[in-house]
Design a protein around this ligand. Structure first.
Ligand code: ADP
Length: 207
């Protein structure tokens, strides 16, 4: 399955719950790129050339990495993509590559949150680098013992979030009608308690 939504919609928060529930692997393209570079795999070395130059890693490199990853035994039960595809051409390329490799995307879950809420969510986000747990200063306050090590992303400022949300609408939102036409898009209201949203997702997945 694929998890889609604007920055701050709660993709990371929900992904952590869903992978536990369905025992599938969570694949974040950003995390995977950084890991491949660190491990020095052939794909990682190639990706690093682009990243070092401040350029976007080409679609075929990212798709190659995803295909390589989902072919591993721990993905036999399924996998969840988060952060990819980000554009309609990426969605089309991913679809073609998946088909060739014998994989099928069953569900695309779109977490819908009004723009007005995204800024507050992203600006209050703090992540624990040791456990990967995502907190929010107001909605999911971190325990005091982890407070000093929490990371506040550089792009979680009001200005950066506004730009990322605009970019989501212009570049990523066009993947929605693409998956809708394939009959696999499930819309979920992303406003409310995270537990309630997990229930909504579970319901639309029909499990
Ligand atoms: P994404 O991965 O879509 O960018 P995150 O899961 O990182 O979003 O969530 C962004 C911020 O919003 C985090 O600080 C998270 O704790 C908070 N958050 C996530 N889901 C909810 C929710 N249902 N209600 C309030 N805050 C939420």
């Amino acid at each position: 399955m694929i998890l889609v939504g604007p920055p701050g919609a709660g993709k990371g928060t929900q992904a952590a719950r869903l992978v536990d529930k369905y025992r599938i692997l969570h694949i974040s393209s950003g995390d995977m790129l950084r890991a491949a570079v660190k491990e020095g795999t052939a794909l990682g070395i190639e990706a690093d050339l682009f990243m070092k130059a401040g350029k976007l890693v080409p679609d075929e490199v990212v798709i190659g990495m995803i295909l390589e990853r989902i072919a591993k035994p721990d993905c036999a039960n399924g996998f969840m993509l988060d952060g990819f595809p980000r554009t309609r051409p990426q969605a089309e390329a991913l679809d073609a590559a998946m088909l060739r490799a014998g994989f099928k995307i069953d569900n695309v879950v779109l977490i819908e949150v009004p723009d007005a809420l995204l800024e507050e969510r992203a600006c209050g986000r703090r992540t624990d680098p040791e456990t990967g747990t995502i907190y929010h200063l107001k909605y999911n306050p971190p325990p005091v013992e982890v407070a000093s090590r929490l990371v506040h992303r550089k792009d979680d400022t009001v200005e950066a979030v506004t730009t990322r949300v605009q970019k989501y609408h212009s570049e990523t939102a066009p993947i929605v009608p693409f998956y809708e036409a394939h009959g696999i898009l499930k819309r979920v209201d992303g406003v409310g308690d995270p537990d309630v949203i997990t229930q909504r997702i579970t319901k639309v997945l029909g499990a």
